[in-house]
Design a protein around this ligand. Structure first.
Ligand code: SF4
Ligand code: ZN
Length: 333
């Protein structure tokens, strides 16, 4: 999964090659200095992901025919919103930053030069599928402070990733790519997906917790993506027919707490929280939980989550965990 977009992001002119898909400013945890700093996220419009087969992903809709000059213009456009203080820059495409079809090597080097020149940029994060990770491509970004490569593994379970998400790569592919990244002196951020299609609420929680343990040796940070229903996807089709419900926010809180208790740095952007296509609870407690998760992201303080007040819908969620799991794979008689 590519980094999700908050509903408050500045959405640019539809499919304009000179403007990014969107960009926004918020805060993120700067692990290297154990503190929160501003983060500028930019979604560059490129030719888009070549794979385009993941069951929950509709990001191919953001692709366009763009030139290398357009890509640089998009970045410059977003950097006009840079904060005054030190910040981290996250550059995502609706695909892979290291795919030549999206960002040619020369353009990557140009982007690195732009980043190096701006001394206030303390960290650069870009995202890629593992098959594009090579030492030569990472070398295009030489000299950039605190380079991090984000990989959308989604789950350490090959069966779920291949059969339910249709991701097209294995856990071993992810591991091999991560090793290359680390050998090049950069760090890895791993995206895990809470509740892919065809997985019960309870199994989804178990899956991200066990996945987090398995990816921890390779990951500087784990980012938990809470699955949302994007338009024109297989997942939307299932959702419309009542075969899918996005994860409960209680599930997200439960998973984040369990991962953090293993002393793993974990963040989660609750995109679309409280909306019917996004992760949601009963409607009354959604906003408060979303704010709690956001506060946890930048503090990494477990107490923030543990202090979260209960809501009457928590009992419903607990029943869902029991019965959804029990009935999920059962034969209807
Ligand atoms: S790899 Fe899958 S989730 Fe990521 S952009 Fe491509 S189709 Fe979407
Ligand atoms: Zn509630």
């Amino acid at each position: 999964m590519v980094k999700s977009r908050p509903l408050s992001a500045t959405n640019m002119a539809k499919n304009s090659p000179k403007e990014p898909v969107s960009s926004w400013l918020d805060y993120d945890f700067f692990k290297e200095e154990q503190k929160s700093i501003p983060a500028l996220t930019v979604i560059l419009r490129t030719a888009g992901c070549y794979w385009r087969k993941c069951t929950m992903c509709g990001f191919w809709q953001e692709s366009a025919d763009v030139s290398p000059a357009d890509i640089i213009a998009q970045l410059e456009h977003s950097l006009r919103n840079s904060p005054e203080e030190e910040f981290m820059l996250k550059i995502f495409t609706s695909g892979s930053f290291l795919d030549e079809r999206e960002i040619p090597s020369e353009t990557r080097r140009e982007i690195a030069a732009i980043v190096r020149k701006r001394k206030r940029i303390k960290k650069l994060i870009v995202e890629t599928r593992p098959e594009f990770v090579t030492a030569a491509k990472i070398a295009d970004l030489n000299g950039v402070a605190h380079l991090e490569l984000a990989i959308g593994l989604e789950t350490a379970d090959d069966f779920i990733r291949v059969k339910y998400i249709n991701k097209g790569f294995s856990f071993n592919d992810y591991r091999a790519a991560s090793k290359i990244v680390m050998e090049c002196g950069a760090t890895v951020k791993t995206y895990l997906l809470l509740k892919p299609p065809f997985v019960s609420e309870k199994k989804a929680i178990r899956d991200v917790i066990s996945s987090a343990e398995l990816v921890a040796p390779y990951s500087s940070t784990i980012s938990l993506n809470l699955c949302n229903v994007q338009k024109y996807t297989v997942l939307e089709n299932l959702w419309k027919r009542g075969y899918y419900r996005p994860p409960w926010l209680w599930s997200a809180v439960e998973a984040i707490k369990a991962i953090k208790r293993k002393d793993i740095t974990v963040t989660s952007d609750p995109v679309g929280a409280g909306h019917k296509r996004g992760p949601h609870n009963c409607g009354k407690c959604d906003h408060e939980i979303k704010e709690t998760v956001k506060e946890f992201n930048i503090t990494q303080d477990l107490h923030v989550l543990e202090r979260q007040a209960d809501c009457e819908c928590k009992a419903v969620w607990q029943e869902v965990l029991k019965y959804d799991d029990l009935l999920f794979d059962s034969t209807i008689v």
